[in-house]
Design a protein around this ligand. Structure first.
Ligand code: PEP
Ligand code: MN
Length: 340
């Protein structure tokens, strides 16, 4: 089994091309990553029958690696350096804590304008807000849809802030992608393979949220579907999993996942303490805990009038609380060696 071919950093283009051609003539696709110390050639497809002998004697090849996991392009074996994603002038990487904030749903131009201006002034770098909302009940508010996208487009320009918004179906990717700087694939859609592949093909940055019943390895395999299409601009997001306590918390924010993911993958890892706890007063403490655990960013629900919100008001921060959050997390970011 060969999933990754490691080549010497100083080897010639000719040698690299020879290996790529060899892999392709055997019927596989390749993804090439040029690191500072080595060149890595990832082989896409069912590699169980590939033997090391085919490649090991080719000039420039240092070693071959077989990966017995369901994912390889997302793994640290494939790429040891942390992935950095640029969204406008915002850098999502392991040197920063990028705060994304905004309401659960886009409800009106006024609501979005107020929120975007406020969170930006407080130091958040990206605005969130769902135009298409996946709801547990089909009778709940399911978003303003196209009108919501229009609002986001207007706010992006007038306030000057990049936006993340959810996409529910492969056929919506083009339309949503015209507005979204980051496409959000939500917990309910983590296993939607056609959606993952379409998001991969779009080339847009994607935030993939962990399904509430998903293992960490399933999350990584789902991210692999996006990378396999040639898009490595993927952010993983821990947003709480379902356990047995529904009295005090909506979900159990699995902060174990943060250091595990940081070790296992080169992709940036975010935490969503709003959905992860489902309780407004737990958002600040769990944001601090997420930073201590090694997160690269936070995604937080904020609403000008949470009691009137059309979705997730009970877990949305008021403006005052969001300001307080930004103040309280700064020393934690400094301790973690990151800037906000
Ligand atoms: C959301 O971000 O509002 C949302 C629906 O999140 P999740 O997919 O994590 O439930
Ligand atoms: Mn929500």
């Amino acid at each position: 089994m060969v999933d990754i071919i490691i080549m010497n950093r100083d080897t010639s283009e000719e040698n690299i091309n020879a290996v790529i051609q060899k892999v392709k003539t055997l019927g596989y696709d390749v993804i090439v990553a040029k690191g500072t110390e080595k060149i890595i050639i990832g082989i896409i497809g069912d590699t169980r029958e590939l033997s090391e002998e085919i490649f090991i004697s080719m000039p420039g090849v240092v070693e071959t690696i077989g990966i017995l996991k369901g994912y390889k392009l997302v793994s640290r074996e494939f790429k040891s350096e942390d992935t950095s994603i640029s969204v406008d002038n915002v850098k999502i990487d392991s040197n920063h804590i990028v705060v994304i904030a905004g309401p659960c749903s886009v409800e009106s131009r006024e609501q979005m304008f107020k929120t975007a201006s406020f969170i930006k002034d407080c130091g958040a770098r990206i605005l969130r807000g769902g135009a298409y909302k996946p709801r547990t009940s089909p009778y709940s508010f399911s978003g303003l849809r196209e009108e919501g996208l229009e609002i986001l487009k207007y706010i992006k320009k007038s306030v000057g802030i990049p936006v993340i918004t959810e996409v529910l179906a492969p056929e919506d990717i083009e339309m949503v992608g015209e507005v979204a700087d980051i496409l959000q694939i939500g917990a309910r859609n983590m296993y939607n393979y056609p959606l993952l592949e379409a998001a991969g093909k779009s080339g847009r940055p994607v935030m993939l949220k962990r399904g509430f019943q998903a293992t960490i390895s399933e999350l990584l395999s789902c991210a692999e579907y996006i990378l396999k299409e040639g898009n490595s601009n993927v952010i993983l997001c821990e947003r709480g999993i379902r356990t047995f306590d529904t009295q005090f918390t909506r979900n159990c924010l699995d902060l174990n996942a943060v250091p595990v993911l940081k070790k296992e993958t080169h992709l940036p890892v975010f935490v969503d303490p709003s959905h992860g706890t489902g309780k407004r007063d737990l958002v600040i403490p769990m944001s601090k805990a997420a930073i201590a655990a090694g997160t690269d960013g936070l995604i937080i629900e904020v609403h000008p009038e949470p009691e009137k919100a059309l979705s997730d008001g009970f877990q949305s921060l008021t403006f005052d609380l969001f300001k307080e959050l930004m103040k309280e997390i700064r020393p934690f970011a400094t301790l973690a060696g990151k800037s906000i």
